[in-house]
Each structure stands twice: as structure tokens, then as C-alpha cells.
Ligand binder design. Sequence first.
Ligand code: CUA
Length: 340
Amino acid sequence: MNRLPWLSLILVLSGCAGSQQSVVDAAGQQSGRIATLWWFFFWLLLTIFAAVMAVLGMALMRRPGKEEAEQIETRREPSAAKSDRIRRVVWLASSATVVILLGLIVMSVATGKSMSEYGHTKAGLTIDVQGNQWWWYVRYLNDEAQQIVVTANEIHIPVGRPVMIRGTSNDVIHSFWVPDLHGKRDMIPSRVNTEWIEADRPGRYRGQCAEFCGLQHAHMAMWVVAESPEDFKKWFDRQLQPAAAPTDPHLLKGQQVFLNSQCVFCHNITGTMASGQVAPDLTHFGSRLSIAAGTLPNNKGNLAGWIADPQNIKPGNHMAQVPVKSEDLEPLVDYLESLK
Ligand code: CUA
């Protein structure tokens, strides 16, 4: 027996069960609208498919009557009454198809409209998200410069509050997509596309780039962490602080290694001399869930491997290979992980 179809089915169904990234497991009202539309399409089209298959099956199984067999045999045209009946059925089926398609278009447009209007009337947060090959720049906007938070590859949002994402790109076209919260939205250079997201329940929702953007498109992921307003405030206030100062000679050595290397030309660590602006901000790097835009969990082993040979882990990425002496690697890793 050929097991391939069954294996494929199991793989496809296991994809549905993933609670961290799923279109039909809506975590908020915006994605809820998409999920409702999705299920409506699914059941309606499944019903139509089943009906068409049933009619086809009946037609195939049916034996022609004596008169009909004779007509086919002699290649005569069917009688006028029968032609009329056939024509009526074809007309009816075609009209029903057009009406159903128009109905689906109207539903689709209405869903899009209500989603784009959502949030406008409520006080929300505004976050700039900029796509880069292959990571996400994240900035929480505020009228006061001291209240602006800059981070990368991880977006924290408070539960129950609408958040406007202002998406753009620094190089090629990317697409911002967190399936549990919203549909895809293209990020286009020199253009700002906005969308409103809102999470109704706390959780970690995985997002990914949904527009092919080069070699490491598949490794351009991010995390959206939805938490209670109190936890969000705690996180936000900590992000506003400058980086933690080294508390012992080991971490101090790590900091010196960082500040004396080329790292500082690309990365920023607020509170130190490192002020590069072309790579992810590392001020609170140790508090993040992943490294290299969702490629690896953030832990010491992965970070050491990443620093030692970034091109091996994510070929083509723009992080330079910085020569670090073997005795310097551990202090450097520990220092970066201490930046909570
Ligand atoms: Cu960025 Cu695909």
C-alpha cells in the first residue's frame, strides 16, 4: 500500500494543531474575522465540492434508458423538450456559481474593510516595524523621545489594546505576518503600510516574513509576546533603561571585548559607546527569546555558535564574521546574555 498520501495528510493536519502560528487559532478580533471568513469559505466550498462529486458519481453510475440508448446509438439530437431541460439546468448552475462568487467577494471585501477600520477610534500603541534582510527593526513611537523603545525581532503588546503596526522596508519587499493576530501585509521600501492588531489572550505568537526576500527569507521570523498590561509595562519600562552595567570582572571583560571589536560599527548598546544603527539593537538582547530573527532559541550555546560562525548558521546574512579569541568568547557571550 502506498503510504505517502496518508503521511502527507498527517503532516498537513499536524500543521493545524500548532498553537504558536495558526490562521484558524485566532488570538484576537482581527484574526478572528479572517478565521470566520476562512471557515465560511471552507464549509461552503466543501459542500459544493461534495454536491458536484455526488452529481458526477450519479451520472457515471446511471444506465441510459432504452430510448436514450437508441438515440446515442443513432447519433440523433435529443428531443426539444429534453434539450430545454438540459439548457435550464446549465443556466441555473451557472447563475448559482456567479451569485455565490459575488457573495464571497462581498464578504471578503467587507471583512477587509472592517479590519482596516478597527482600532482607529480607540487609543492604541503605534509601532514602527521595518523589514531588513533578514531581521525586523522595531520601534515604539512616542511624542517624548525618552519614551521611545527600540528593539528587534520581538514585539511585546499589552492584551486587549489595539496596536498599530506601521510597516516599511529598508531594502527589498518583505511581508509582516503573524497568523494568530492578522493577515499578511507587505512591507515596501519608501512606503508605510499600516494594520491594527490586538490580542485578546496572553501568549507567544510566531510571525514570519511572507514575501520571498532573498536567500534567508525562511529565517526571517519574529515573536509577538502578548501579556497583561502590568507585565507589558514592566517590560516596557525595562526596555527604556540603558543596558545593565557589568557587575563582575568576567562580564566587564566581555563588555571590553565587545567595545573593542567591529561589533560597535553595526550594533547599538545604549549606555555604552556602541552606537551602530544597521543591525539589531542589543541593549536588552538577553531578554529576547531568539537570536538571528527567530532562527535559534536565545541561549549561550547558540549565541557562541552564532558569533563564531554566523555564515554557517544563516548563510548570506549581513553579520560580519568578527574574529574573537577563544578565551574571549565566553566573557562576550555572558556579557550579552546579561543584558536583560
Ligand atoms: Cu523578508 Cu521574506
